[in-house]
Design a protein around this ligand. Structure first.
Ligand code: BG6
Length: 487
């Protein structure tokens, strides 16, 4: 495994939710795995008056809370805590950056990473003040959390302004779905095996389904979510990235630009959905009160901070198509939503029916093959094939070949942030979104948002704890298809 060189990582928003819940526990785990070099420092910054001891105590509290009990070890913690430091910085106040300079000193041989786990409104200010304080150089890296803009124009503005300070190869745009183990396994499956590639095309694939379903609601983030909605929050980034990896041509290498060039081609090949096409090929939903896992939950409009009669969608289903030789005419059905029946993220490849069946009804009908790539909750893959049922009669039965990653590799799968943070520290950009990908994704999504706004109707209501509005099933049934778990 490639060693990580000495580093210092500065986390803006160091006492915020993302840092406490995901980033610092992820760094602790990598430390515990012995993957971080001795000379690796972690500096949290925040506006609040805190000193190093207090910050370390806060980080310890959240590591104890968010890590499984058997992973928190007092001795390991003590050595991890030595890496931690704190600098009080008000992101919008140039003068306060001297606190950070004092804390950091000269970078020397260490690579310097700035992780902006803050509101995107602060991104440009932070980068400018860092530069002004002389804290950046050609070797520093900056990590940006989504949302990277609210639409194409704002994404361009942020990117251009940050581009004045950091070159593109210094910018790590996080889409944490790309750090999920199964997404990388999809790359391994497609390009590490000769078996699938010949089948991975319109001649053999009937449709592709990508579902990211959540059981949670807006989790106290309604102020943000109500201005965002499912299309911007999930489809524009996570689902389109999954689609790009599923549909891309084989890259010439795993090199950052080889992979990102291929993903970009897919995003640019998405057939535009505008006006009536957008309305016809998409479904917007919003949950009303219901029950999730047997627990009653309020409707979206009853959540705190949601504006009365809000039309923000908490569910989106879309039928996308690609204008390429490989995929022409193959529907890519995408759906995502909050307060759905299960927490589930998966990519389903539905293959075509056999061209000619030698079995008649007596033997049981042959069902098309299906490959299910499961990102969460239980990571793995299932290939559904037809087999003969035991007995002296010839009867067909669908069975699945299961690959459960946890069971097969007998080792804990790294969390997406562990993977992405170590990639940043190693300077590997493959799993981060390039600027042109970001723009291409916004270019496709924006006309859909416009069409929704112009039509002006309310999203379709669905009961919390179901699979979304009935129109989502109808989107597929009119093509003679059905969502995977409903079939
Ligand atoms: C985030 C969205 O990007 O992804 C959230 O902003 C969503 O609304 C989350 O809940 C889902 O991530 P995961 O890894 O829990 O599926």
């Amino acid at each position: 495994m490639e060693e990580i060189s000495p580093f210092e990582i500065v986390i803006f928003g160091g006492s915020g939710d993302l840092a406490m819940r995901k980033l610092l526990p992820a760094l602790y785990r990598r430390h515990r795995a012995g993957q971080l070099p001795d000379d690796g420092r972690i500096v949290g910054t925040a506006r609040s008056a805190m000193d190093r001891e207090r910050y370390i105590a806060e980080v310890e509290k959240s590591c104890r809370r968010y890590l499984p009990a058997d992973e928190f070890d007092s001795e390991v913690w003590a050595s991890f805590a030595e890496r931690l430091d704190f600098a009080r910085v008000d992101a919008t106040d140039a003068d306060s950056y001297t606190n950070l300079s004092d804390c950091l000193g000269e970078p020397g041989h260490r690579s310097r990473v700035f992780y902006l786990a803050t509101s995107p409104k602060l991104f440009v200010d932070i980068c400018r003040y860092l530069q002004h304080a002389g804290l950046t150089n050609r070797a520093s890296r900056v990590v940006l959390e989504k949302p990277l803009g609210h639409d194409l124009a704002s994404a361009q503005t942020i990117s251009e302004q940050i581009g004045e300070i950091f070159a593109e190869d210094q910018i790590y745009r996080i889409d944490h779905y790309l750090g999920k183990e199964t997404v990388q396994n999809l790359i391994a499956l497609r390009f590490g095996n000769a078996l699938f590639e010949p089948l991975w095309r319109r001649e053999w694939v009937r449709d592709v389904q990508i579902t990211v379903a959540e059981q949670v609601g807006v989790e106290g983030r309604a102020g943000f979510y109500d201005n965002t909605g499912a299309l911007r929050d999930m489809v524009q980034n996570h689902l389109l990235q999954l689609l790009a990896i599923t549909a891309m041509e084989p890259p010439t290498s795993i090199d950052q630009n080889a992979v990102r060039d291929e993903k970009l081609k897919v995003l640019r090949a998405l057939l535009p959905l505008r006006g009536r096409d957008a309305i016809h090929n998409t479904v917007r939903g919003q949950y009303r009160a219901g029950a999730v896992d047997g627990q009653p939950v309020p409707g979206y409009l009853e959540e705190d901070d949601v504006v009365p009669e809000s039309r923000t969608e908490t569910f989106a289903a879309l039928k996308a198509e690609l204008g390429t030789w490989r995929w022409s005419g193959v529907p890519f059905y995408l759906r995502t939503g909050k307060r759905l029946q299960e927490r589930l993220a998966e990519i389903v490849i539905n293959f075509r029916q056999v061209p000619h069946s030698i079995f008649d009804g007596v033997y049981g009908a042959s069902q098309p093959n299906r490959l299910v790539i499961r990102l969460q909750p239980d990571e793995g893959m299932k290939l559904y094939i037809m087999a003969k049922a035991p007995g002296d009669e010839m009867r067909l039965r669908p069975v699945s070949l299961d690959l459960d990653f946890a069971e097969t590799f007998k080792q804990r799968q790294a969390d997406a942030y562990e993977r992405l943070l170590t990639d940043v520290l190693r300077g590997r950009l493959t799993l981060f979104m390039r600027r042109d990908e970001l723009y291409a994704a916004w270019e496709w999504v924006e006309p859909i948002l416009e069409a929704w706004e112009n039509i002006g109707d309310a999203p379709k209501s669905y009961t919390a704890g179901t699979w979304g509005p009935a129109a989502s099933s109808a989107l597929l049934s009119r093509d003679g298809a059905a969502w995977h778990e409903e079939s």
